[in-house]
Ligand binder design. Structure first.
Ligand SMILES: CCCCCCCCCCCC/C=C/CC(=O)SCCNC(=O)CCNC(=O)[C@H](O)C(C)(C)COP(=O)(O)OP(=O)(O)OC[C@H]1O[C@@H](n2cnc3c(N)ncnc32)[C@H](O)[C@@H]1OP(=O)(O)O
Length: 248
């Protein structure tokens, strides 16, 4: 039925490095241009981890030029995913904090494996950073304003049952059924004529995407100012050190 599977593979935690973001955009573009494909299942090849989100090492201790290049790549992937003409279904087979959650929220439908460890949410505040307005918009468009307001301020990571209850995911299924469920949901979405579904998707999502498109450069400057602050760099270093020391 013209369905591709994109399996993220950037061990150990599928962090969204500049290279991953760039390759993801290229793969999506190829699929968009190949008319034999109508849908994509986005999933992970790293056991237990869908994606650890943006690569913190790309946002810490680097040059301004690097931050700008990285942020443009983050914007680009979000725009491509959010406005894709393809049906995108996230088969979430692991934990998905922050950028990992955002990636799934850009999809048309989310199937999450029923494993209490597989938390998802926008936990930026717990790192001492702030989810940008377009991350916030994506969450609001999925779960509504009040749930998003509370989840964003508290940096909540929802276990599967809670994620389902608040509407962050559409279905929670046993782990070994995530892929087959994504495929049967895909069949339902592909039963709708492409042009009608695509125009409707655009109607729902373009106003949100346009807000970023209209101020992409300003958004990058905003990010640069924010991420270069000593206090923010310090928060990120402390958080990364904590992650690294967990093992030791
Ligand atoms: C005034 C208002 C202004 C507003 C302006 C706004 C402007 C923008 C502001 C900036 C916004 C930036 C937005 C960011 C969104 C993000 O996505 S930030 C990333 C958030 N991610 C996380 O919090 C997840 C962190 N990771 C984990 O919790 C765990 O690693 C895991 C649960 C995913 C997996 O656990 P486990 O299997 O036990 O592995 P670990 O031992 O923890 O990790 C292994 C290895 O990977 C490294 N690592 C983990 N996550 C990341 C990451 N996101 N980036 C880079 N590296 C990561 C970890 O350090 C370990 O490394 P070592 O092997 O020890 O070297």
């Amino acid at each position: 039925m013209g369905v591709a599977v994109i399996k993220l593979k950037n061990p150990p935690v599928n962090s969204l490095s500049l290279e991953v973001l760039t390759e993801f955009v290229i793969s999506l573009e190829k699929l968009e241009n190949d008319k034999t494909f109508r849908g994509v299942i986005v999933t992970s090849d790293c056991p237990g981890i869908f994606s650890a989100g943006l690569d913190l090492t790309e946002m810490c201790g680097k040059s301004q030029a690097h931050y700008a290049e990285y942020w443009r790549a983050v914007q680009e992937l979000w725009l491509r995913l959010y406005l894709s003409n393809l049906v995108l279904i996230a088969a979430i087979n692991g934990v998905s904090p922050a950028g990992g959650c955002l990636m799934s929220l850009t999809c048309d439908y989310r199937v999450l494996a029923d494993n209490p460890k597989y938390n998802m949410g926008l936990n930026e505040t717990l790192l001492g950073i702030v989810a940008p307005s377009w991350f916030k918009d994506t969450l609001v468009n999925t779960v509504g304003h009040r749930t998003a307001e509370r989840a964003l301020q508290l940096g909540l990571l929802f276990p599967p049952a809670e994620a389902l209850r608040v509407g962050m995911v559409d279905q929670v299924v046993p782990e070994d059924q995530v892929h087959s469920t994504a495929l049967s949901v895909m069949a339902q979405w592909l039963a709708v004529p492409d042009h009608a579904r695509q125009l409707t998707k655009n109607l729902m999502r373009k106003p949100t995407a346009d807000r970023l498109v209209k101020q992409r450069d300003a958004d990058i400057q905003y990010f640069l100012r924010f991420i270069s602050r000593d206090s923010i760099q310090k928060s990120l270093r402390v958080y990364l050190d904590k992650l690294r020391q967990k093992k030791g």
